[in-house]
Design a protein around this ligand. Structure first.
Ligand code: FAD
Length: 279
């Protein structure tokens, strides 16, 4: 289908983009366009104006920052797939998104702002305890990933705000992202990201987060409790799977029933922890 008519502004600075967005409550940011353009064509959204931030080079970076990373909102999935520094879970997750064409233009900031309940990055940034930095008319706001996702396609972003950076405070020594999908690179039926810290053969700390198994990405706090402080063993993997399956609240859709998603949440959690631990 042909999109409805809209005005188009190509921003040449972040300030210009924020101003253009703030002036029009029905304006939308355009980044890689891999989610927004299909929605426009389906006429599922009808913004009055698109504010194209795609050429803002200052938002396109991945760099180490202390023990963690700073990722510009316009870093593409492909750029994160090629990242070879700490937080190796980023390339592992990136390569599971869509296909090479989508990865070459789709951005991490766009994926987070779109907040598809089955998208991959939301689970990863939750497990990494990331902070989403948003720039708006009154300056920069730091939003913890746990507060950022509010529901299906709904975030804590306010009118006029643009995601500018994703800040990861510390890269975990061991981490993994496992996605179970109908076909390789389809949206997740269940995806689990695991970040694990190990000391003396036991799990010192762990963060687990899931996508595809609820109305928004979630921390798997009960599954974390089942693992934290425990000696590494096969029993631990069984318990993490059981706890993850029990605590999620999936819904049925065209891809999978709620029951199947619940079972796959357990499988993905088990595999993610096992892979993170290198077992
Ligand atoms: C065939 C297909 C397969 C896909 N497979 C997967 C998959 O397996 N896993 C997965 O996770 N995703 C998948 N996607 C989605 C894809 O990864 C998109 O790239 C991503 O969801 C959106 O990023 P974008 O840069 O293209 O954003 P856009 O499409 O440009 O924007 C998406 C939304 O976010 C807003 N937005 C964008 N950037 C910002 C910003 N910096 N600040 C504030 N708001 C912003 C826009 O206004 C819009 O509402 C797939 C998409 C397609 C078409």
């Amino acid at each position: 289908m042909i999109p409805p008519p809209f005005d188009y502004v190509r921003a040449s600075s972040i300030d210009e983009a924020v101003k253009a967005l703030s002036e029009d409550p029905n304006a939308k940011v355009l980044a890689g366009g891999q989610s927004l353009i299909p929605l426009l064509k389906l006429r599922a959204v009808a913004p009055s104006k698109l504010v194209d931030i795609g050429r803002l080079k200052e938002l396109r970076y991945v760099r180490q920052a202390g023990d963690g990373l700073a990722i510009g909102a316009l870093a593409t999935h492909a750029e994160l797939e090629r990242w070879s520094g700490p937080c190796g879970v980023l390339p592992e997750a990136a390569r599971q998104i869509g296909d090479p064409q989508i990865r070459s233009v789709g951005t991490i900031g766009g994926s987070l702002a779109h907040a598809d309940p089955a998208a991959d990055w939301p689970a990863v940034v939750l497990a990494l305890d990331a902070v989403v930095k948003a720039r708006g008319p009154s300056g920069v706001r730091e939003i913890p990933a746990e507060e950022f996702f509010q529901g299906p396609y709904s975030t804590a972003l306010q009118q006029g705000e643009i995601v500018v950076e994703i800040s990861i405070p510390r890269c975990p020594p061991k981490a993994s992202y496992v996605k179970i999908a109908r076909a390789y690179n389809d949206f997740a039926i269940a995806g689990v990201a695991a970040a694990v810290w190990v000391k003396d053969g036991a799990v010192e700390d762990v963060r687990l987060a899931a996508t595809g198994v609820g109305l928004k990405p979630v921390r798997l706090k009960k599954a974390e409790e089942a693992v934290r402080g425990r000696k590494i063993s096969g029993d631990l993997l069984t318990e993490v799977a059981e706890a993850a399956s029990k605590e999620v609240e999936p819904v049925s859709d065209v891809r999978a029933s709620a029951e199947y998603r619940r079972a796959m949440a357990g499988v993905a959690a088990r595999r993610a922890v096992r892979r993170a631990l290198g077992l």
